[in-house]
Design a protein around this ligand. Structure first.
Ligand code: PMV
Length: 350
């Protein structure tokens, strides 16, 4: 029997506080604006992936997600496989004693411990884990930055899940995408009291995929050009400064305003895209009530391409924020202890 080579890894979900929305190159997933996210702790939301390869496998590459066979023929998955195989081939060419793994069929087995495609950034954790698992299998000397460039081609936001803590994605200017990579703004340990409360409003698959949504927004929204060229660049600078200064008021205000701006461009798209629903709007109201009662910003909501709310707050305001949500929604399933999800400290150490 021929040998099976295998490597496993996990990658956490990241939730953007400055949203990526718009592609200047849909093939390479090159964005129209830079973005910034917080990588969550592995404890609750993560993808676990095992990559294996063997000359004994059936000739086609295969991917199983939560036990279901997935189509790997799509350009995005193929781009990741191709780039990683090319790097392995370079290694094999320089050392003839290495097994010829790049020529063997791949089998990828992934498990999410949260609803897939419900606006919970499942593709981000999914492609980040897929790319790192194969890189580990191939024993590539690639840095997280190199891997972010590859994962970006699977799903844009995936590039940010290669780093822990507070992570930016520089839109870059090169047409080949070589400078469109993720970078760490600060490790989670720099501002360790950040917490994220995730309200799963609906675990159903989202109505309009992010790729389709982005394309229609770029093509039709009149708000979009100013968001991409003026609003986001200004907020990227404000957000990085807020993180450096551990200034939650600014962090929270910019987070909420950027979520509102992103969903405004969705509404301004023709035909309009509605990701938020009445429960999402009720969550916004609760955050406003909490902040009004506190007399300052202690909680910040943000929504991706779906109705689920993520509420950022600092540990010292646990009672004020998570406590109030728990008082209102405590009868619902899924409360994993008193705390929200902790920010991941260092994705490299996974
Ligand atoms: O990476 P994608 O194609 O799933 O797009 C993600 C888009 C948002 O989640 C809405 C924003 C972001 O920056 O993560």
């Amino acid at each position: 029997m021929s040998e099976i080579y295998r490597a496993s890894t996990t990658a956490p979900v990241n939730i953007a506080v400055i949203k990526y929305w718009g592609k200047r190159d849909p093939k390479l997933n090159l964005p129209t604006n830079s973005s910034l996210s917080v990588t969550l702790s592995q404890s609750d939301l993560r993808t676990h992936t095992t990559a294996s390869c063997s000359p004994s496998y059936p000739s086609e590459d295969a991917l199983l997600l939560n036990g279901q066979a997935q189509d790997v023929s799509g350009a995005r998955t193929q781009a990741c496989f191709r780039e990683l195989r090319a790097l392995r081939q370079t290694l094999e060419a320089s050392d003839s004693s290495l097994p010829k793994l790049a020529s063997y069929p791949l089998r990828i087995v992934s498990e999410n411990n949260f609803p897939t495609a419900a606006g919970l950034a499942s593709s981000a954790a999914g492609f980040a884990a897929l790319v790192r698992a194969i890189a580990n299998l191939y024993e590539l000397p690639s840095s997280p930055t190199d891997l972010s460039r590859i994962a970006r081609q699977g799903s844009g936001s995936a590039c940010r899940s290669l780093f822990g803590g507070y992570v930016g994605w520089e839109q870059g200017a090169a047409t080949d995408g070589s400078d469109s990579v993720a970078f760490q703004v600060a490790p989670a340990s720099y501002w360790p009291s950040m917490r994220a409360l995730i309200l799963v409003v609906s675990a159903a698959k989202k109505g309009v995929s992010s790729t389709t949504g982005m394309q229609t927004t770029v093509a039709t929204s009149s708000l979009f050009p100013s968001r991409a060229s003026e609003t986001v660049p200004r907020r990227m600078a404000e957000m990085q400064k807020a993180i450096q200064e551990k200034d939650f008021e600014t962090f929270g205000k910019v987070t909420m305003m950027d979520s509102n701006s992103f969903h405004a461009t969705c509404l301004d798209t023709y035909p309009p895209i509605f990701y938020l629903n009445d429960v999402s709007r009720a969550a916004i109201k609760v955050v406003e009530v909490i902040n009004e009662a506190a007399g300052r910003i202690v909680a910040a909501y943000t929504f991706d391409a779906g109705p689920n709310a993520v509420v950022y707050y600092l540990e010292e305001n646990e009672k004020l924020v998570a406590g109030l949500f728990k008082a209102a929604l405590g009868d619902k399933d899924g409360w994993k202890g008193a705390r929200g999800d902790k920010v991941e400290s260092n994705a490299d150490a996974l």
